[in-house]
Design a protein around this ligand. Structure first.
Ligand SMILES: [Zn+2]
Length: 355
């Protein structure tokens, strides 16, 4: 059943369509802040890549994921709230933010999020507990909660969770005595966009991209699934994922690039994506721009290998892993890849048979 919050024609949540723009240059951005980029990505891609990364690195990277997402979410909400509103929100309590997070969860595919308990006397022991069912990613959602609480409280927040049942968690944010240090504002990637000429078919009723009708939108539970593949998806900002990679590079050194590529390659080789769709130029172009991952300008298969040139790419190392995995599936053997951001700002990836 389609409720009032959804377009009668395509079924997409009206709020999601209202707050985002799908551009002809292969990007998805927030309408109010065109520098805030978004991707519409399979949850399993994020979670499997994260699991593979942990396995390859050999230590837990959960705290890095939570911290990067916290900064990104704080930055996003802080920019969104006008200063007068900030004071109001601070005084009126976390319930407003709780409602915002809950509704974000329902339209962006983050899961079912409900405020379970709140203790707020502006003292030392303030906390808020959320009941979260089927989160799109537990560490990323913990980061969302911490960042949201930061934005209203301006104090540091410690986040913890307990598992209640296989897919249900209680996530608690405890506010500490320490004021939040604003110098840690996330720098993030300032994307420079090149113009494009991708024509996205639009829904005649809401003006959103017509392909959104290929998804089932369960707003009650915050779950978006592809009607054809059954894959679950979520709308998230790639900046937080990019800063996790940067943070890993900072802590673990240069081998991280190879590790990120390998983590994504392993995921792609599980046959999650259809090779058929991704092996010809128009198919791969569509695969990428529908996810907001950039504008594929060139794709050449030849005896010697595969050449790709993309504009407005994001999550570059993940893309390299994706291309490597797809190419290996195509040729049935291992491949080597090289990549560069060329002088014009295009991202070039070359894959060739290994050895
Ligand atoms: Zn529509």
């Amino acid at each position: 059943m389609i409720g009032d919050r959804q377009c009668k024609e395509c079924g997409a949540p009206k709020r999601l369509v209202r707050e985002h723009r799908w551009l002809s240059n292969g990007t998805i951005v927030q309408r109010k802040n065109p520098y805030h980029r978004m991707i519409f990505i399979e949850c399993e891609n994020i979670n499997a890549t994260y699991r593979n990364l942990e396995e390859l690195v050999g230590v837990s990277i959960e705290h890095l994921l939570i911290e990067a997402k916290r900064k990104a979410t704080f930055d996003f909400i802080d920019r969104l709230l006008l200063s007068g509103v900030k004071t109001f929100v601070r005084l009126s309590g976390a319930r407003i933010i709780a409602r915002a997070v809950t509704s974000l969860g329902s339209t962006m595919g983050y899961g079912k999020i409900k405020l379970a308990d709140i203790h707020r006397i502006h003292g030392r022991d303030d906390y808020a507990t959320f009941r979260v069912e089927k989160p799109y990613s537990l560490p990323l959602l913990c980061g969302d909660m911490a960042g949201s609480l930061n934005a209203i409280d301006r104090r540091e927040v410690g986040i913890s969770y307990v598992q209640v049942s296989p897919e249900v968690y209680k996530v608690t944010g405890r506010v500490s005595d320490h004021p939040l240090e604003l110098k840690e504002r996330l720098e993030g990637t300032r994307y420079k966009y090149k113009p494009g000429d991708i024509e996205i078919e639009r829904c005649p009723a809401c003006g959103g991209p017509a392909f959104l009708s290929q998804y089932h939108w369960d707003l009650e539970n915050g779950i978006i699934t592809s009607k054809s593949s059954g894959h679950r998806k979520a709308m998230i900002g790639p900046a937080a994922l990019e800063s996790v990679i940067e943070e890993l590079q900072h802590e673990l050194g240069d081998t991280v690039a190879e590790t990120v590529i390998e983590a994504q390659r392993r995921f792609v080789k599980t046959d999650f994506y259809s090779l058929e769709e991704a092996s010809y130029e128009e198919g791969l172009r569509k695969h990428l721009y529908l996810r907001g991952m950039g504008n594929l300008r060139e794709l050449k298969w030849s005896e010697s290998g595969l050449y790709l040139r993309l504009e407005n790419a994001c999550l570059h190392l993940v893309l390299v892993g994706l291309v490597k995995g797809l190419y290996e599936l195509g040729i049935g053997r291992d491949a080597e890849v090289e990549w560069e951001l060329d002088a014009s700002g295009s991202f070039v990836i070359r894959a060739l048979p290994a050895g």
